[in-house]
Each structure stands twice: as C-alpha cells, then as structure tokens.
Ligand binder design. Structure first.
Ligand SMILES: Nc1ncnc2c1ncn2[C@@H]1O[C@H](COP(=O)(O)OP(=O)(O)OP(=O)(O)O)[C@@H](O)[C@H]1O
Length: 570
C-alpha cells in the first residue's frame, strides 16, 4: 500500500461479530495443510491497513476468540513514507490493533525509487529484519491477486513454474535466517473479502492505485477480468485452480530434474556455486524435453530467479555440440552472480565470474622442507603423522590447498614405508615402487611451482613427455584451467644441517602435476612406478589431495570438493 484515500469509519471491536464461513474455511484448511510447518512457530501478519490484510487480521481475532485458531498473530505495518499522510495511516492501524487487543509494530521503510516494486522490496527488507529464524509471516494475497499474477505471467510467456503463480507457503533464507511466507487466502475471492469487510464495518484504507489502471496488474483487473467474466463467471476460481494444478506439475518436474541431475552431474568437479559441471554424453541420453528441463534446473541452482528461455535454448544447443571448437562462452548475469557457460569435450561448465577471475591469478613458487621423511612415516602408530599442507593460491573467495601425507610421498619415492599403518604388507613385500632415492635419510625439499608453458611433462601413463597445448589436450584440461597447473618437485640436496648432501642427480625432480581438481603422478628417471597394483596406487592417490576451499567473510568453510578420488595414474 503506497497511497491512500477514504477516511475510515470508527474503530469497533469485532471479536464477537459473525464470522464469514468461506474465508474461515480457506484459512483453517490452509492451517491444517501446513500444521507441521507451523508447529511451535511465531506468526506475524503483514497488515497494510487495506481491506484484505485488515480483513485477515479481523478473521484471526474472531477465530482465536472462538477457540478455532491456536494463535493470535502480531501485526507488522510498514510505513513507506511515500505519502504525506502515511504516518497518520500507520497510527490508524496501530489504534485498530490496540482496540482488538492485537500486538502491532510500525516499521519505517527506506524506499529506493517510486514504483510498487521498490516499495515491496523495501517492505520485505524491514519486515525480515524483525522476524526471527523460522518465524512465519501471514500475507493477505487472494484468488484475484493469483488470477492477475497468472495473466500477467501468461502474457510475458512464463513456463510451468511462473504459471503456478503465487505459492501458499514459501520458505526463504537470507543472511543465514530462514522464515516462511504463508498465504492462506489464495482460494478466497476479493468480492467475498469485500463483503466480509463491509459486514464488519472494518475501517480499512483504500489504495486508489489498485483501480487506476496505470500499471499492468491494475489494467488487467480493470479492463480484462470483467471481459473474461462475461465468458465464464468463475474465471477467478478457475484460474486459481489451474495455478494449483500447475504447482503440482512443477513439483513433479522438479523431482524429475533433481533425479536426472544426480545421474548427469560430474561429481569430482563440483565447486559449490562457483563451478557446476554436467556430463553431456549422459545428458544426451535423455529425451530433449527432459534435457531442457534439467538445464533450466541446473542453471537456476544457487540463484533466486531462473534464466530466460533464450539462454536455456542456447545452453541446450551448446550441450549437443560434438566438435572440437571449445571457444563458445555464454554469459549469464543472474540475480546473485554472473556466470559463463562453456563446453569442454563432453563436459558442460557453469563457472562463476569470481571463480574465473581467481583462475587467472598468478601462481608463485612455494617450498616445504621435510627433515626426515623416513622418520615421519615410521613414527609410532600412537603419533599420527601430519599431512604437508601447502597453500598454492588464495584470495578472499577461494583457497587452493595441496595436502600430501608423508606415507604417500614415501611410497611415491620408493622409500622405507615400514611403520606406516596405511600400507599393505603386500605392497611392501612386492616392492611396488623402487627408485634410486629409496631409504634416503636426510632432509628433502618439496617445491610447488607453476607449470611453464613449454615445460615438458610425462605422466606415468604417457609414453613420452609433452608440453603446451598437446599436454593440455592429452590430460583434458580446459582452457580456463591452464594457468592453474602446478608442478611438485622434490630436491634432496637440502639436508637438515644446512650442508648439501652429495647426491648424484641432486637437481629438483618433478614428481606430481596438480590442478585444482586433479593430480597426476609423473614419470621420472629416478623413480620407477609400476602400475600393476591398482589398489595400492589408489591408496597413494588418496594421500595426495588437491582441493579448493571456499572462503566466506574471511572464514573458511568446509572444503567444497571433499577428497579427490580420481585415479592419478592417467
Ligand atoms: N505497508 C504494508 N505493511 C505491511 N504489510 C503490507 C503492506 N503493504 C502490503 N502488505 C502485505 O502484502 C500483501 C500484498 O500486498 P499488496 O500490495 O498486493 O496489497 P494491498 O493491495 O496493499 O493489500 P491489502 O488490501 O491486503 O492490504 C498485503 O495483503 C499485506 O499482507
């Protein structure tokens, strides 16, 4: 309610006046439907002082008085400050509430702009600030509001979700606080509410913009609805019923999309809202309508509003491509973040701009000295060895951490693994890994440095070393990840007492290649890795983890990618 007219009639107590059966029925059956969600919750009622919300407040008072409603809501009235007399109306609502023994708070909103949308936004903001976690806010939207909403969306070309209209129960979370909006009157007609308000002589405030026809909604109300009613007098009820049916249909579509997404999402590559990845080969096995529905659902994750149909169609087109041109990037400015949607081979990526920016940050060189790896691995089982933790790149959004367990490193280097509880006897006796550096007793230095573009690298599964584009293609590294590759080298020339050990071939030897989501073991002359022990190799792989953590407000949340379980021997 942003403007006002008509001086209200005097305030009378209404508790004992006759109750409207239809309106009571609508409220009480919604109460039954959401009784589980309402249990133990505090209920507020958003009251503009207009006919609908004042009537809802009046009905609550009456039903409570008759013992048919288990709670009395507290009123919240928002003064938008847009009208000269808005303060007067706020006082009027407060006086009416006092006369009915209803608690009432008047809130002042700061509206940025002049339109209805700005007023609504500001109104919800201030009301949300008053609500505690899990509180419920009652709103007086009714069947006519629902019908107008659906017509508006229909002429805008909405899909099933949009055409399912205003929802009777909706939970929302903001700033870590969750609350629910409850609209029990979506099946009640405006005319019924009007009659009830008149019978009770409710002193409501009339909003002239409701009838003015100066926006789409009021134009539909004034010009279109009466015409539709000449074709079918039940038009309001019927449209509201269609909305309920479509709402059920939307729930089924959602369940289907969630189930499809589980089959199609690529698990090891998900990074909360920063990166979401689909397997297009799996996607393409679904019928096209389910693919489109799934893409719509996939894109909308983490966002309050869905993408346009045009974007979904473009993403659908991209997902069907098989060619080797991976340049296409579809941009989406969504409500909370912007994203780029890209394809690389049989993967479709939705990448946030923050994440893309992070991927271009320069990587420095970091080092870690291990004084005695053999001793660390052989430490008594009571003392659990600590992993080597290295931060490879970080900003306020993301931290890239490499985590290497000593036993995995020892196994890689073919060192003495006795005492390491995680290594099987089998592996020790058969000697899976043997190298010149086995059983080295002195200090060693691990260094982490960006992979240079022309640096030749050979993973244990590659027949020969490769560099640059060839290497990226062999390893399947998408273009935007290519500045985020790190070589881990080991160097034994660094000894505990600062004296260089005289070791043949003492230069740093690359042993691992890391990306934010992957890890490859490198083939070197000094290390002979035999890959005929898959279980044991996996055990090593689990001891070498490259992970991204998401930082929020300088707090590190749980790692977004738990453990890397891909086979690094590719
Ligand atoms: N100024 C306000 N303060 C508190 N709640 C409001 C205010 N304006 C609207 N609401 C709540 O939002 C609902 C929908 O708002 P809308 O703008 O459609 O209503 P309205 O035409 O002002 O209606 P009403 O006659 O219900 O007061 C209202 O039914 C009411 O519950």
């Amino acid at each position: 309610m942003t403007s006002s007219a008509i001086i209200p009639s005097p305030i009378k107590p209404i508790a004992t006046l006759p109750i409207d059966d239809d309106l009571a029925q609508a409220l009480l059956s919604s109460l039954t439907e959401y009784s589980a969600q309402l249990h133990g919750r505090r209920v507020w009622l958003a009251c503009s002082g207009g006919r609908d919300s004042l009537a809802l407040a009046a009905l609550c008072v009456q039903l409570y008085h008759h013992g048919r409603l288990p709670f009395l809501p507290q009123l919240l009235h928002v003064d938008h400050g847009l009208q000269a007399d808005s303060g007067v109306w706020a006082q009027h609502v407060a006086r009416w509430a006092t006369a009915q023994n209803l608690p009432c708070q008047i809130l002042r909103a700061q509206v940025k702009g002049q339109d209805e949308q700005a007023a609504r936004h500001a109104r919800y903001e201030v009301m949300r600030a008053v609500l505690n976690t899990d509180d419920v806010l009652l709103l007086a939207h009714h069947a006519d509001d629902q019908a107008e909403t659906i017509l508006m969306r229909l002429i805008q070309g909405a899909g099933v979700n949009g055409l399912s209209g205003i929802q009777p129960w909706r939970t929302q979370t903001q700033g870590g606080r969750r609350n629910a909006l409850w609209r029990p009157w979506l099946t009640a007609k405006r005319s019924t509410i009007s009659r009830y308000a008149q019978r009770l002589q409710l002193p409501y405030i009339d909003d002239p913009t409701n009838e003015a026809g100066d926006n789409v909604r009021s134009g539909l109300r004034r010009d279109v609805m009466p015409v539709l009613a000449t074709y079918n007098p039940n038009v309001i009820d019927n449209i509201a019923r269609s909305a309920q049916l479509l709402s059920d249909a939307q729930s089924i579509l959602n369940d289907q999309a969630v189930a499809d997404l589980q089959r199609v999402a690529v698990n090891g590559l998900q990074l909360a809202s920063a990166q979401r990845v689909l397997d297009t080969a799996a996607l393409n096995t679904l019928p096209p309508y389910r693919q489109r529905q799934l893409l719509h659902h996939w894109l909308t994750q983490d966002e309050p509003l869905p993408p346009t149909k045009q974007l979904v169609d473009a993403v659908f087109g991209l997902s069907r491509r098989q060619d080797s041109n991976h340049q296409t990037a579809l941009f989406w400015q969504a409500g909370l973040q912007s994203y780029v949607i890209r394809r690389y081979r049989q993967r479709l990526y939705r990448i946030s701009s923050d994440w893309l920016d992070w991927l271009t940050l320069p990587l420095g060189k970091v080092e870690h000295v291990i004084s005695d790896l053999t001793a660390e691995v052989a430490s008594t089982p009571a003392i659990r060895p600590q992993p080597i933790l290295m931060i490879l790149r970080s900003d306020t959004h993301f931290v890239w951490q490499a985590k290497i367990w000593p036993h995995a490193l020892a196994a890689l280097l073919g060192g003495d693994r006795s005492g390491s509880a995680t290594f099987s006897k089998d592996m020790l006796s058969e000697g899976m890994l043997r190298g010149k550096l086995a059983n080295h007793q002195g200090a060693m230095r691990l260094s982490f440095a960006p992979l240079a573009r022309q640096q030749r690298v050979r993973t244990v599964s590659m027949p020969r070393p490769q560099a640059g584009k060839k290497l990226y293609q062999t390893l399947g590294i998408p273009v935007w990840l290519r500045e985020s590759l790190v070589i881990v080298s080991v160097d034994f020339s660094h000894s505990k007492d600062g004296q260089d050990d005289l070791i043949e071939n003492a230069a740093a030897v690359p042993i691992l290649l890391l990306s934010p989501f992957d890890c490859w073991i490198l083939h070197t002359d000094i290390m002979r890795v035999e890959s005929n022990h898959p279980a044991a190799l996996n055990e090593i792989a689990e001891g070498i983890i490259s992970q991204i953590m998401i930082q929020k407000a300088r707090q590190t949340t749980k790692p977004a990618t738990p453990k890397l379980r891909q086979n690094p021997f590719r």
